[in-house]
Design a protein around this ligand. Structure first.
Ligand code: AP5
Length: 215
């Protein structure tokens, strides 16, 4: 069976991670989130993690060759599965060319790109109010999706944390990088007709419903 390939793309804080986890579960897709994989490496203090952290803390992209190695290993491990959902990769035109090459090796191709559209004005509020469980990695929002008790994870009962790159100056930089590097890729996908644009400024359930009906 040929695996289906989907890409979730959008600005920082658009809700890619929130949606990707649920959709991968619902559809039994392999989730490849470069942000999560990099953060795992940072936490374990691997060589890759130590290098990546210096870029992530500044809101810059980690060098593509490091990210690409990680992606290829993940595809190889999961070949033959129902589908793959990419969150956070590709992030620019060069990464997209690399992904196409990798997929070709495995006789695969991208089925659809889902673009979660959220305007810059909403991003700031989303990211400054984001909290993460350090244990299970569940994502909360202190206003729109708050934990039941104070700042404790509902499932693990441990204190939630703020991501290192959710500081105001780093958020600003990440948005700049998005507009400079990722927006041209979104424009490219739009021209190639493979992208579905979804209004991300609705409830997570509404956004999820529209994504599901498009894949
Ligand atoms: P990455 O982790 O990919 O970060 P990002 O793209 O900036 O996206 P975020 O994770 O911040 O946001 P999200 O869209 O997942 O939103 P979320 O669901 O959490 O990358 C981090 C860094 O790693 C990069 O800066 C770079 O350095 C490096 N990196 C990663 N990939 C790379 C690559 N391919 N190449 C090179 N470097 C790479 O939601 C945000 C908040 O909003 C949460 O609080 C959530 O609860 C809330 N929320 C979600 N949906 C809604 C909704 N519908 N309404 C209201 N609130 C909502």
């Amino acid at each position: 069976m040929k695996s289906r390939i989907f890409i979730l793309i959008g600005p920082p804080g658009a809700g890619k991670g929130t949606q990707a986890k649920n959709i991968a579960n619902l559809k039994d897709f392999v989730l490849i989130s470069t942000g999560d994989l990099l953060r795992e490496n940072v936490e374990k203090k691997t060589e890759l993690g130590i290098t990546a952290k210096s870029y992530m803390d500044k809101g810059e992209l980690v060098p593509t060759e490091l990210v690409a190695r990680m992606i290829k290993a993940n595809i190889k491990q999961n070949i033959g599965r129902n589908g793959f959902l990419f969150d956070g990769f590709p992030r620019d035109l060069a990464q997209n060319a690399l992904l196409s090459e990798m997929l070709k090796e495995f006789n695969l191709d991208v089925d659809k790109v889902i673009y979660i559209d959220v305007k810059d004005e909403a991003i700031h509020e989303r990211l400054t109010n984001r909290r993460i469980c350090p244990k299970c990695k569940k994502v909360y929002h202190m206003k729109y999706n708050p934990p039941k008790h104070g700042e404790l994870c509902d499932d693990c009962n441990v204190s939630l944390i703020i991501r290192d790159d959710d500081k105001i100056d780093v958020i600003k930089k990440r948005l700049e990088v998005y507009h400079k590097s990722t927006q041209p890729l979104v424009d490219y996908f739009e021209k190639s007709g493979r992208i579905t644009k979804i209004n991300g400024e609705r409830t997570p359930k509404e956004v999820e419903g529209e994504i599901i009906s498009n894949i």
